[in-house]
Design a protein around this ligand. Structure first.
Ligand code: HEC
Length: 157
């Protein structure tokens, strides 16, 4: 079992033309930024149908809305410790839009992540109850996205 995994890894590093040593030298801030942006894009992707129902560009569908909200809720509950490494900001890597001030207060970031968990649970619990409930929940969720986006270079929402 171990041997076949080790062999597979060896084949992969060969295929990629990387030595395992090089792989170990990747700065964790780079992978943190990539993972963070991926999480954000998944939030956006799942929020899209809810926003469209909110605006009336697609018809309200409680089942579709609840499924999208379940994804947002699950995403918000991922442990985010390693994607918010201090110093993984725009000053370190230009393609990151994170401002270093996000780490200014110790509890600030975890507070925003918790806020997002709470509003996404509410979203999931209520979004199936009709268009009015959806609209209220989407406004609340957007507020918790934006509460954190004040610490980005461009307003991403
Ligand atoms: C805990 C703080 C926080 C929360 C909560 C949050 N964001 Fe973000 N978001 C950020 C930061 C910081 C960035 C900049 C990431 C970077 O480039 O390093 C960002 C970037 C983004 C991006 C751009 C991603 C890219 O590819 O560059 C999108 C889209 C986005 N957020 C959507 C959302 C949505 C939608 C929500 C709510 C459902 C949300 N975010 C909640 C902090 C947050």
């Amino acid at each position: 079992m171990f041997t076949s995994r080790a062999l597979a890894l060896g084949a992969l590093t060969l295929a990629l033309g990387l030595s395992p040593v090089f792989a170990e030298q990747i700065d964790p801030r780079d992978t943190a930024i990539t993972a963070r942006q991926a999480l954000m894009n998944l939030y956006s992707f799942n929020l899209a149908p809810l926003v469209e129902m909110d605006k009336g560009t697609i018809p309200y569908d409680g089942v579709v809305a609840t499924a999208a909200a379940a994804n947002i809720m699950a995403l918000s509950m991922l442990d985010q410790t390693s994607i918010w490494i201090e110093g993984s900001d725009h000053g370190y890597l230009e393609s990151s839009n994170t401002l270093p001030t996000i780490w200014a207060e110790d509890s600030y970031l975890s507070g925003k992540v918790k806020g997002m968990v709470n509003t996404s649970v509410q979203l999931h619990d209520t979004v199936g109850n009709g268009i009015d409930a959806l609209q209220t929940a989407v406004v609340k969720l957007n507020k918790s996205c934006n509460a954190c986006h004040v610490y980005t270079i461009e307003n991403t929402n």
